[in-house]
Design a protein around this ligand. Sequence first.
Ligand code: HEM
Length: 486
Amino acid sequence: MDLLHRVLFTAFGTLTLFYVVVKISLGYWKRRGILHEKPKFLWGNIKGVVGGKRHVLDALQTIYDTHKGQAPFVGCYALLKPFVMVLDLELVHNILVSDEGYFTSRGLYNNVNNEPLSGNLLQLDGHKWRSLHAKSVTVFTSSNLQKLMPRLVQVSKIFGGRIGEQKLQQLNVSQLVDGYNIEVIGSLAFGLTGDQVEFRQMSRSYWNNFSLWRAYLALELPLLARLLQYTSYDELATNYFYNLVHAQLYQQRLRDRQPLQNFLQLFSAADDALSDAQIAAQAFGFILAGLEPLNATLGFCLYELALQPDLQDRVRSEIQQLLHQHDGQLTADSLKQLKYTKQVLNETLRLHTPYPFLLRRATKEFELAKSVFVIARGNNLIIPVAAIHRDPSIYPDPLRFDPARFEAAAVKARPAMSFLPFGQGLRGCIAMQLAEQQLLIGLVALLQHHKYAPCAETQIPLQYDNRKLLLMPKTDIQLSVEYVDT
Ligand code: HEM
């Protein structure tokens, strides 16, 4: 055989093999006889998402809207990877809460040996997650959060002062809230005080090295990826965070009986103490799991309030009344009085839910009650949170921003599992209470003395960034800001 024939033969063989692998992969649900969304060759059901033409929320919502009510779940594909999309809220409850023992994995990639910071709660599964989770729940308690609250309030006051007293200015609100959240995380999770320029820079650059295809392969073939020592984050940034935590822990241990100011102290004093590498991974978890959703929530919230000044005035007067009653002091108890502000936050988390889906992996075969269906061991599951939050049968006129949806009676009338911005159950957000405090205290600092309104640069209607899996604005949110002396 001459060279040309050999090349043609090899190319034909490779293409045929590729075609067969794709066909077999995309035939999984058909072979199992399960209702499924018809996949497109190679793309599965996320055509347009990978290239940034549409947001993953849109792809998931289309599948949810098409099949809801037909079966408890529907099969679908992210590229060649089969997923169970859960459609029925009772089944969501089984998976997240009552039968959570079958679904304790999330199925994300981690490589603790080559990248210790990937040993955080979000990424870990199995016994490593279980043991770290058991230790971490003793740290994220209400009483610890109460003790850390004065530090959080202190940071928020410094931040509030920085917004300035100009009568009128145009501000990049996305950058503004990013500054606040980075400062809180730097202070509470990494024990930083004072200047945080490098920390801020690293918190923005740890994804620099990201490649969607490598990440996909790592999810599909984690053993091979670990063998090839594949890591997920920028090395410079992760080294910086790792070394920072070591240096901070070293300094803290030299001092005796310091007042409680940060999570590093709590993690290293826990009964069943974490190793320094585990503590570094948990501190990094604040940035990885918390920073973008906190930024998005505060940014979207100010945007919605800017569009509805009457709602904004109501929030501001509730905040001013609270501060007046308590001599300007904020405590965990006094925050509970911010009922309307909390409704506004919840409505933001419903409409612009930062994590538009939750992931689970079945660690054992699960038989659905009163049904012939089975979720097989190893199946990956998607809970389409954003689609549930926009389901008109649960939230009428779902795209309207209306905080009245979170009045107590309205919440009670809705089915369980219809509001899941922080997930639920054992693998739900471990820092939900902290995040809610940080958001509420942030809103106090942002709204106490400032009014927000749309300006020429405000993008209305707001668009999401299709290149992100989280719901983030496509461009920074710009608003005009007026100082109000009270
Ligand atoms: C608006 C802010 C936040 C939102 C909306 C949010 C939402 C979520 C969601 C949806 C999950 C997955 C839950 C599930 O699978 O059931 C999660 C997990 C997690 N979140 Fe948050 N989060 C926020 C802030 C934070 C912050 C500030 C931290 C800082 C420590 C944090 C730490 C974590 C961790 C460690 C996990 C993984 C828990 C586990 O698997 O054991 N989150 N979060």
